[in-house]
Design a protein around this ligand. Structure first.
Ligand code: FE
Length: 196
């Protein structure tokens, strides 16, 4: 069940697959439940926020995360596998000059393993078609303006590749520890429709 549409109607697909495999006597339903529960328990924006906070406070980890996210994620107890097919994650870093936004123009591919389920608007036709053509207009609807001199790069997910934004560390957060920094990171910041 690989492919482009594997995370939108994931529950229905999993149920269908489960029934098929059980019919054929291939797996125990409880085994599947355990694998799925483990996957979902580990997937929420809190996981990705932990990776961001670590990247903000540990420059070597930041470089590893940007170079090869799949290899670096286990350092913050994350994985793109989670019992299901592993997808490649590319972390794209916001800078003073470039702001990144993620989308799946074809359907709704999203790094569920590290961000949890995607928001409804992410799957909408309006977001998917407009963010590529008019990223500034879409960001304005989220009441976010990256600034006129900032270049906006839109990353389109595919069956093999998922993206996640590494937001810029907000100014004035020097006294905060890693857990406090992680609490500042929002799901929208990781998608790129908010600053952080
Ligand atoms: Fe997709």
């Amino acid at each position: 069940m690989s492919g482009h549409h594997d995370d939108a109607p994931i529950a229905a697909q999993v149920r269908g697959l489960e029934a098929l495999l059980e019919d054929r006597g291939l797996v125990d339903a409880r085994e599947l439940d355990r694998a799925l529960e483990a996957f979902l328990a580990g997937s929420s924006p809190a996981g990705a926020a932990r990776a961001v906070a670590r990247a903000w406070t540990d420059d070597d980890f930041r470089r590893r995360l940007l170079d090869d996210a799949n290899a670096a994620l286990p350092e913050v107890r994350l994985s793109m596998g989670g019992g299901l097919q592993e997808q490649r994650l590319k972390v794209v870093e916001n800078t003073a000059a470039v702001h990144n936004v993620i989308v799946c123009t074809l359907c709704s591919c999203y790094p569920i393993a590290v961000l949890g389920p995607s928001p409804t608007w992410y799957k909408s036709e309006a977001y998917r078609s407009r963010v590529v053509r008019d990223p500034r207009g879409v960001l304005a609807e989220f009441e976010f303006d990256p600034g006129p001199d900032v270049e906006i790069t839109v990353w389109d997910a595919s069956a093999e590749s998922r993206y996640m934004v590494l937001p810029r560390r907000p100014e004035g957060t020097e006294p905060l520890d890693e857990a406090e920094l992680a609490a500042l990171v929002t799901r929208n910041g990781l998608i790129g429709v908010a600053a952080v």
